[in-house]
Design a binder for this molecule. Structure first.
Ligand code: ADP
Ligand code: MG
Length: 687
């Protein structure tokens, strides 16, 4: 039995009724496996003695003491019992607020096991939160190390400990997933043993060893899934090819600027992949405006020259259009045949377009999700480029890859682009099966955006500043967290603020509203007017986060900035500072924002480096938010903590790739259990 096969409901355990099960569900525990992997947050050490004097070192006391005397303090009608005790090191008092009945249980002369957090107050060591058991009889807890769990309403420590004991009694036959040789090399506890002692350890060292073993197991199986994906992909190899560079060189020569060093490097990295036999899976990272799009176009040209087809997909109609226009001005002069395909391309226009793609009369198809649909058939799709990849699901990506997969299994190359800098931890997990290229430096000549943090009560000053810019002929974005007013949240919303800004604040300027509920055609139309300078200020939700490129826009105002992730705010900031004029970002926060919340926003004020901001965001909010992850296929590790277990992650990764490269199908006898575990994990990850 594998631990991950313990999928029976916790309700089947003795002592778990519907109410408890419901409470457990809040902790994301529904199965016995979930329960067993709910490892303690910390431990209550009632094993290692800590005499009363240890309280002076800030430690919890755990000692054998003797009751000396009783006393009563406080007003006559609310007398409180005070019990004086002594151990070998010191004397102390127990303040029994509301527990005067303890007088009977703690008669002078009684010896007890005593634990508690003692403090030095009014000249004596004293504790009001303490526990004790009579000395001399078999103790219930003293001498043990007790688990301390993350809890939720409806569950107590004591209750959860009991449930855990019950579950562990049925978990004696858990098999090891990590092959024996590796277990020995990393000194891992057998899984069956580790899962027992992580909850009820004999020593603190054992607890840590168990946690570490379980974390390694988890990371190893995860990395084995990743490694298998890579091995499978590499099986779809095609013959290596020499890449002609005529078109590429012509495009470079036609540019009014020279490529940045990072652009040159990343183009070469991609071309090296394209020339090789094994299919490319590369993630191109670079801040907004760093010039990723151009890199992608350049890298695509040798394939175009070879007669292969390329798909270039963006998450929104707006962005796809922008790319298409870009492509038209850069590539059409070279004779590259382009097509634009989105849901909006309908009726009479659509059929001939699809036909041309199928006949190979189109070199590069730029478009939206529509490119994934079934009717679109390529003649020879060899390269799939996906912009703002986190907006797409893994499945969608796979659909497109399938369109380029040949009879013989040869797979197309895939280039994902993202403006979200990927911290190392994510690069090894969410994107663990990909190679990465990074553009770190911006094209020259950009003035850094000036960032200001402002309280909502100072909004007039912000609006004034924006007015100056608008009067000078510049443009602005206003961004709000909600589309429309919500009953639950008292937040400013895009619709309400559009009204207010248009009527009261900027009646002399032309404003437009865009958000997700504005029909696509209107959205595109309003955006185009903004691009042409016919609209002065765009009031929006974070739909403007991606891609939009208007060089004349110099002001970004985000209200309720505290509601956005740092990475998102950084991307929004990338909407301005794209032209020659000095640009400004105003992050306006709620007057009631806590000091901690302000501290968080200050990260943006102090950093212009997207990587630093992403790391900070990751620490604060976890990886889910950062990558838009459910889609990206993020796994929630149950035991491993990436910040703490990076060394384990690296070891697990090396070992897993090593095994999968030697035994791709995990056929060896010694890999049998591993294969089952990997199959299960893969099914869970949904790929
Ligand atoms: P990204 O896709 O990374 O957000 P873009 O490709 O939209 O960035 O580039 C932003 C702008 O910078 C575009 O107008 C592009 O033409 C321009 N650009 C790209 N590379 C350079 C360069 N090396 N020097 C100057 N401008 C550049
Ligand atoms: Mg872009």
């Amino acid at each position: 039995m594998l631990l991950s096969e313990l999928t029976g409901s916790v309700q089947r355990l003795r002592g778990v009724g519907p109410a408890v099960a419901q409470a457990l569900e809040k902790l994301e525990i529904t199965t016995v496996r979930d329960l067993l992997l709910h490892v303690p947050r910390s431990y209550e050490n009632r094993k290692d003695p800590a005499p009363l004097t240890e309280a002076f070192n800030g430690r919890t006391v755990n000692t054998v003491a003797e009751v000396l005397a009783h006393d009563y303090v406080g007003p006559p009608n609310r007398r409180t019992l005070k019990v004086y005790v002594r151990d070998d090191s010191h004397t102390a008092s127990l303040a029994c607020f509301g527990r005067n009945f303890l007088a009977r249980k703690l008669p002078p002369g009684q010896k007890i096991y005593l634990t508690g957090a003692f403090q030095y107050r009014f000249g004596e060591l004293t504790a009001s939160a303490f526990e004790f058991e009579p000395y001399g009889v078999e103790p219930r807890a003293f001498g043990m190390i007790l688990p301390v769990y993350g809890l939720t309403e409806g569950i107590t420590q004591h209750g959860l400990r009991k449930i855990m004991r019950t579950a562990l009694a049925d978990a004696r036959h858990i098999e090891d997933e990590v092959p024996e040789a590796l277990r020995r090399r990393h000194a891992l506890l057998p899984r069956r043993h580790a899962v027992q002692v992580v909850h009820f350890p004999g020593s603190m060292q054992e607890a840590e060893d168990a946690r570490r073993s379980l974390a390694f197991d988890e990371l190893f199986v995860f990395q084995a899934v990743v490694a298998r994906r890579v091995v499978e992909r590499n099986a779809g190899a095609r013959a290596p090819k020499a890449l002609p560079r005529n078109l590429l060189n012509r495009l470079v020569r036609s540019l009014p600027f020279s490529l940045t060093p990072d652009q040159k490097t990343t183009v070469e990295e991609i071309l090296a992949d394209l020339g090789a036999a094994r299919p490319m899976a590369r993630l191109l990272q670079g801040d907004v405006g760093s010039g990723k799009t151009l890199v992608a176009f350049l890298a695509a040209l040798p394939y175009v020259e070879l007669g292969y087809q390329v798909a270039f997909v963006a998450p929104t109609e707006l962005l796809a259009k922008q790319h298409a226009e870009n492509a038209a001005s850069l590539l059409e002069p070279l004779g590259v045949r382009l097509a634009f395909l989105s849901g909006a391309v309908k009726g009479a226009a659509r059929a001939p377009l699809l036909e041309a793609v199928g006949a190979g009369d189109v070199d590069i198809v730029v478009g939206t999700h529509a490119v994934f649909t079934e009717q679109v058939e390529f003649r020879d799709l060899r390269l799939v480029i996906i912009d703002e990849q986190h907006r797409f699901g893994v499945r969608q990506r796979e659909l497109l890859v399938a369109k380029g997969t040949q009879q013989d299994g040869g797979r197309p190359d895939v280039l994902l682009m993202t403006a979200t800098p990927i911290p190392r931890t994510l690069a090894l997990t969410v994107f663990g099966d990909m190679d990465t290229s990074v553009i770190r430096t911006m094209p020259p000549g950009r003035k850094p955006v000036r960032t200001h943090l402002a309280r909502q009560e100072n909004e007039q000053k912000v609006y004034e500043r924006v007015r100056q810019e608008l009067s000078a002929g510049r443009q602005a974005y206003f961004v709000y967290p909600l589309v429309r007013e919500s009953e639950k949240l008292s937040l400013r919303d895009a619709e309400g603020m559009y009204e207010r800004l248009a009527r009261e604040v900027f009646p002399e300027f032309r404003l437009a509203l865009i958000h997700s509920r504005v029909p696509e055609e209107d959205k595109v139309e309003r955006m185009e007017r903004f691009t042409r300078g016919e609209v002065d200020a765009l009031v929006a939700t974070s739909v403007v986060e991606v891609g939009v490129d208007v060089a004349n826009a110099t002001c970004l105002v985000v209200e309720h900035a505290e509601r956005f992730g740092l990475a998102a705010l950084h991307q929004l900031r990338g909407r301005v500072g794209r032209g020659a004029h000095q640009s400004y970002a105003f992050f306006v926060y709620d007057d009631a924002l806590t000091e901690e919340g302000k501290q968080r926003l200050r990260v943006l004020y102090e950093n212009t480096d997207g990587f630093a901001i992403a790391e900070e965001d990751l620490k604060i909010r976890g990886p889910g938010e950062l990558t838009g992850t459910r889609q990206a296929g993020y796994v929630r590790f149950r035991v491993a903590e990436l910040a703490r277990d990076m060394d384990l992650m690296n070891a697990a990764r090396t070992d897993a790739f090593d095994i999968l490269e030697r035994d791709p199908a995990l056929e060896a006898e010694s890999h049998k259990t591993l294969r089952r575990a990997v199959d299960l994990a893969q099914a869970e990850l949904g790929r």
